[in-house]
Write a protein that binds this ligand. Sequence first.
Ligand SMILES: [Ca+2]
Length: 496
Amino acid sequence: MSHNPEQPASLSRRQMLSRIGLGIGALGMASSTMGKMALGKSVRATQNKPNIIFIMSDDQGYYDMSCYGNPNIATPNWDKMATEGVKFTSFYATMVCSPTRASLLTGCNHERVGFSWIIKFWETWALNVQEQTIPRMLKQAGYVTGCVGKWHLGHGGEAVSGCKGGMPKNYGFDYYKGVPLGHYGHIEGKRPHWEQTESMSPDEVTATSIDANTTEGMKYLADLPMHDTENAVDFMTRHKDVPFFLFLAHTAPHVYHWVPDKFKGTSNWGDYGDILQGLDWTTGEIMKALKDLGIEDNTLLIYTSDNGSDREESNAPLVGGKWGISEGSYRVPFLARWPGRIPAGKACDEIVSVMDMLPTFASIAGATAYLPTKKIDGKDVAEVLFDPSISSPRDELPYYKNKRLEAVRKGDFKCRFSRGPDPQDPSDKTPPAGDPLELYNVKTDPSESMDLIGDPQYAGTISELVEVRDKWARQLGDSLSKQSGSERRRAMGCKS
Ligand SMILES: [Ca+2]
């Protein structure tokens, strides 16, 4: 068993109330029996408190929507979001699941909050509850907050049975229903499906087993985006009269590629295309619910992915894929729609990052009084959403891969740094670790196909990028240059 080096030695005692064994049949039941619950401190008074729905898929690449150029799939609902809102073409997540989610919720680069890599099945660390988060901030500003779907920010280890301090309600969510890891985790054996209702305490959870090795379990997991969407609509319906924040985190199109029955054979792109078309349909259900509930014009709806696809063809024209620092790993689709506030049918190539969401939502929701007191990295990009022709306040971005600062972008340029020659291979002539290795203009050449490193006219650009790299390395560390970073904060342990 490996341990996250960020994890402190003292571990809190698990106090988890679970009622395991309800059976698969109970899973599809929506929580409609709860009836209307108004947890918000105030009723919606003005447009100053719009609802915010943030939908994030798992491993969906830049080319996995027809509005991003893929002719083999039909994604009319994402296309509708693009037609009625703004399509961003330089939006950055991170290279893998947990770091992006930590970055989203805290407004920080994932390295700042100790989230260098994925939380594995057997690991017992979690996002630190001391961090201010989007749901806690918005809750303080009068919102009701819900999370549905994939969590992956702390689960307590092998049993995946919940851990004090590591579950969604510990971070400011009023409601959660979903899987603690991804749907893929269930192929390893029975894993739980958690629910934390509005009336439960933060450490309390109802856990129901799902086993992907049964026909019933696999069918349920294949249909998980539909079940999660049903639960999301249920949450929206319960709280339509107060401002709400909903984080809908889908488990698809991550491997394994289990196709919902309803969408089998519907695309021209195999099982994977069928799954995408099913996911697109669920976004249509969310938009339909917004309209039916009469809250469409007072809701900011965002759709994005947590990292690029591990299928390179899903990231075209970007190169590389999940796990790395190429554009195909970090750069993902991002659509934002808010009728009457966000202009319709615009594209925006300004740099925006997942870490910008927290300050942006604070601005949009009138919650700036509850911004984190600790340092964050996010920028308020609300004005870019409202007017995509203006410059983004973000002009630089570090590309970390598990504590290695392998690239930075500033303005139009991205420099990749050497990881050094293979010590086992004397013939490897790769430059020393940390040396500038490749330079690309990723605005005009997002495919990273024309290396400008040897062109003397870019010597100043390279120096500037090295300065940016050194600044981030001093703050958040860089194992390539053996710096530990003076501003890193810790994740936390959550094992009993
Ligand atoms: Ca992912």
